[in-house]
Design a protein around this ligand. Structure first.
Ligand SMILES: [Fe+2]
Ligand SMILES: [Fe+2]
Length: 380
């Protein structure tokens, strides 16, 4: 009971955040996932979470192949398959607490300038790097499982055959990503964290929504855009060779997925939704952006390591103002905002809202169709 009350108290700001757009339909669609994720904490303390889904699959008996750009992505996907078991050198020994080849530079640890962190021994700092990286990679792993399911759903639901064919390759890709992150976490870092409640809310919301385009919007544009930015940043920041190699492979796959999401939604929003429906998508995307911007505060890692030393409010403030958060925000949102603009979800009515949370500055960046996999690997 105490933990439920604590969670509810902690969810106050989130529920307040959720009315940002003042769109009641959007709020209603988020309430179920928010209740399951934040109050019931259904992603936690369980071996599995059943979720009832309600959406329509569409057969295409004419087998029309009219989407040339998607067909090209499908060919690229088939030619770019890799095998996580044999293409990565799992025999390489990884010292996750190494000071010589640190998993992440200390500079991006949120508490780096806090006396409690400065006082730690070099060995203890190594443990902090390992745990923080394990927290991040665990969230990627859970996101990849969500991506695997979402890719399977949209493959059934999307109306165009070229999109279904591409989707079939994404399902394989995401399965491989789950395998890769899980192997790295369990064999090399020997540490796995549960899913963050707010990430659960976003995944639950897009999985349980019956509209296929919202699954695309939530997964292919928002979560995968965020992952792409985070992977590119971590790939550049880590000195651990196996992790670097693994992220290079994953980024090349994710580049295709985001590109595909932009192609599908650009066409759909330009031709097949009413202005009212487009506005609802625009508000929904903003809510998710807000959640992603403000709510990934590594509480699971805080609870384990720092709850005895500082309050959660103090922790939140330090994380939100940290260099790590600034870098993450910049790298993640420059992979999201230009794509929202490209698919027509950044009209004048929402620009002010993005501007008020510091995200409009990314609108002139390059959208997924203008970026190569190499650009993304190099984090350009
Ligand atoms: Fe993935
Ligand atoms: Fe993906």
């Amino acid at each position: 009971m105490t933990s439920i009350l604590q969670t509810l108290a902690g969810s106050g700001p989130l529920l307040r955040d959720a009315v940002q757009s003042r769109n009641l339909k959007v709020l209603a669609s988020m309430l179920g996932p928010a209740f399951r994720g934040l109050v019931q904490q259904r992603g936690r303390n369980e071996e599995s979470t059943p979720l009832r889904l309600d959406y329509s699959a569409q057969f295409d008996w004419r087998y029309r192949r009219g989407e040339r750009e998607m067909a090209r992505l499908y060919e690229a996907a088939k030619a770019s398959q890799w095998n996580a078991t044999s293409d990565l050198d799992w025999s390489a020994s990884v010292d996750p607490e190494s000071a010589e080849h640190p998993l992440i530079p200390d500079a991006i640890i949120p508490l780096v300038n806090h006396p409690a962190f400065i006082r730690l021994s070099p060995r203890e700092k190594g443990r902090q790097r390992r745990c923080l990286m394990a927290w991040m990679l665990s969230q990627f792993l859970h996101g990849e499982q969500g991506a695997l399911f979402a890719a399977a759903q949209v493959t059934e639901a999307v109306p165009w055959l070229d999109a279904k064919l591409f989707g079939s390759t994404q399902v394989v890709d995401e399965g491989r990503h789950v395998e890769t992150f899980h192997t790295y976490l369990t064999r090399k870092l020997e540490k796995l964290y549960e899913i963050n409640d707010n990430l659960y809310v976003v995944i639950d919301a897009l999985m349980t929504d019956g509209r296929w385009d919202l699954k695309f919007l939530g997964m292919q544009i928002m979560i995968e855009g965020l992952a792409l930015g985070a992977f590119g940043f971590l790939r550049g920041a880590t000195s651990e060779p196996l992790l670097k190699q693994m992220l290079t492979y994953v980024i090349a796959d994710e580049a295709r997925h985001v590109h595909y999401g932009v192609l599908a939604l650009q066409k759909f929003y330009a031709t097949e939704v009413s202005e009212k429906e487009r506005r609802e998508r625009e508000d929904w995307a903003f809510e998710v952006a807000y959640l992603l911007r403000n709510r990934f505060l590594a509480h699971e890692y805080y609870d384990e390591h720092w709850a005895h030393a500082l309050s959660r409010a103090e922790w939140d403030r330090i994380v939100l103002e940290s260099e790590m958060m600034a870098v993450f925000r910049r790298t993640m949102f420059r992979r999201i905002v230009p794509n929202l603009k490209r698919i027509g979800l950044l009209s004048d009515r929402v620009r002010e809202r993005y501007s008020s949370i510091g995200l409009l500055q990314f609108e002139h960046g390059r959208a997924a169709p203008d970026l190569t996999a190499q650009d993304l690997i190099d984090d350009r």
